[in-house]
Design a protein around this ligand. Structure first.
Ligand code: F0G
Length: 368
C-alpha cells in the first residue's frame, strides 16, 4: 500500500531538472546579460573535474591533483565558454558577422556559435599550423576560412584592423565578453571542491584564459564562496614563451600549435594575475609536453591536445615547489581528437599493420 502511494507521489511530482542549460543560464547573475540578450548556446560548461592519481603519485607529499577537462565542451575546447557570451552579445547588438584570428580552437568555436546564431563567420588562421581536427570543424560549421602566410600574431593584427574598419565583430579574447564566459570555469571548480584550489596550473597562449580564471576566482572569493584564492601558475612552450622571457618572440615554434603565440594581447592582465596571486610563469619543452600528454592518455584515459598537456608538464617540472597536501587543478583546455597527427606520431603503443585476416596470424602476434 505504502509502495503504491509512493509511486503515485512520484508520478504526480514534476521531474527534477537535471539538464545543464549552458553556462549563461547557470551563472546569469554573474554575467553581463539581460532579459533582452538572445542566448546562443550549445550547452557548454559543466565539464568534469577529474582526479588524476598518476600525477599526484609522481609528486607525492599527499597532494591531490585534478584536471578540469574542458576538452569536453561542445566544440572540444574551453573557447566555447567565451564564445557563447561573445556571440550572444554580438547578436544582441544586431551584428551579422563575426571574425577572429586563431591557432584553431577559437575558429572552430566561433564558427559553431555563429552558425547557431545565424551569423556569418570569417576565420583567419596561420597556413599550415592549425591541427587537422580544428580546421575540419571550422569548415563543417560553415566558416569562411582564410589561411594566411604568417603566424597567429600577424593574423590577430589583421582582424583587429578589419573589425575597426568594417561592420564585423571581433570575437578574439580582446572581446571582453569572452573572458566573462570563460571565468565560469573557476566558478565550477570552486563549487566542486567547496573551495578554490591551492594552485591553478594553466597553459598560456594569448593569456586570455588565465586572466578569465583569475577574474572568476576573485569574484567567488569576494562573494565568500571560497575561503582562499589560488596561486596562478601559467605555462608556455619553451619555443614560444614571451610571458616567461618578458619579451615578444618573433618566430614562435612549438608542437603545441594552439599556444604558438609570440605577442599575447592579454599580457598585462596575465601579469596582474600572476603578481596578485603570488603565482609563477614557467616554460616547458615540447618533449616535456609530450611526456605529460602520454601519461594522461595511457595512465588516466584522458586525451587532451598538446597545448593542454603543458599545464600538467609544468606542474611536474616544478613539483619540488608543491607544498604538501596541496590541492591542485590543471586545466586541460582542448580535446586530443583535435590533433590526430600529433597523437599518431607521439605514443608508445604497438600498432601492427598488414596482418593476414586469419585467427592464427592474430593469436601469434598476441602471444597465445
Ligand atoms: N589551450 C588551447 C587548447 C588553446 O587553443 C589555447 C588558445 C590556449 C590553451 C591558450 O589560451 O590564449 O587564452 O592563453 N588558443 C587560441 C585559438 C589562441 O586561436 O584557438 P589563451
Amino acid at each position: 500500500m505504502a509502495f503504491t502511494k509512493k509511486l503515485k507521489q512520484l508520478f504526480a511530482s514534476t521531474p527534477k531538472k537535471s539538464n545543464w542549460d549552458g553556462l549563461i543560464e547557470e551563472y546569469k547573475p554573474w554575467l553581463p546579460v539581460t532579459k533582452k540578450t538572445p542566448i546562443i548556446t550549445l550547452k557548454e560548461g559543466g565539464t568534469p573535474l577529474i582526479e588524476v592519481k598518476s600525477i599526484s603519485d609522481r609528486i607525492g607529499k599527499e597532494v591531490k591533483v585534478y584536471v578540469k577537462y574542458d576538452g569536453l565542451n561542445p566544440t572540444g575546447s574551453f573557447k566555447d565558454r567565451g564564445m557563447t557570451m561573445a556571440i550572444s552579445k554580438a547578436k544582441e547588438a544586431g551584428c551579422e558577422a563575426v571574425i577572429c584570428a586563431s591557432t584553431g580552437n577559437t575558429s572552430a568555436s566561433a564558427a559553431a556559435y555563429a552558425s547557431k546564431g545565424k551569423m556569418r563567420s570569417f576565420v583567419v588562421i596561420p597556413d599550415g599550423y592549425v591541427a587537422q581536427g580544428k580546421l575540419a570543424q571550422a569548415l563543417v560549421y560553415g566558416a569562411e576560412v582564410l589561411a594566411i602566410k604568417g603566424n597567429f600574431d600577424k593574423a590577430l593584427n589583421i582582424v583587429r584592423e578589419l573589425s575597426d574598419k568594417y561592420p564585423i565583430t571581433l570575437v578574439n579574447s580582446v572581446n571582453p565578453y569572452r573572458l566573462q564566459g570563460q571565468k565560469t570555469a573557476a566558478f565550477e571548480i570552486i563549487e566542486y571542491l567547496g573551495n578554490a584550489p591551492d594552485w591553478l596550473c594553466i597553459p598560456m597562449g594569448n593569456a586570455g584564459n588565465i586572466s578569465a580564471y583569475w577574474m572568476g576566482f576573485q569574484e567567488f572569493f569576494q562573494a565568500k564562496k571560497s575561503k582562499q584564492l589560488p596561486r596562478m601558475m601559467g605555462f608556455q612552450a619553451s619555443g614560444s614563451a614571451p610571458l616567461v622571457e618578458g619579451k615578444s618572440i618573433n618566430n614562435p615554434e612549438t608542437i603545441a600549435t594552439a599556444i604558438r603565440i609570440g605577442n599575447p594581447v592579454n599580457k598585462e592582465k596575465a601579469f596582474l594575475a600572476k603578481e596578485s596571486s603570488n603565482g609563477k610563469f614557467s616554460s616547458v619543452t615540447d618533449s616535456e609536453i609530450i611526456d605529460a600528454y602520454k601519461i594522461l592518455g595511457k595512465e588516466e584515459g584522458i586525451f587532451c591536445e598538446p597545448a593542454s598537456a603543458a599545464s600538467v608538464a609544468g606542474l611536474l617540472k616544478i613539483k619540488n615547489e608543491v607544498p604538501s597536501k596541496a590541492t591542485i587543478v590543471c586545466v586541460l583546455t582542448g580535446n586530443g581528437l583535435k590533433d590526430p597527427d600529433c597523437a599518431i606520431k607521439n605514443n608508445d603503443s604497438i600498432f601492427h599493420t598488414g596482418i593476414d585476416a586469419e585467427i592464427n596470424a592474430i593469436t601469434k602476434i598476441m602471444g597465445f
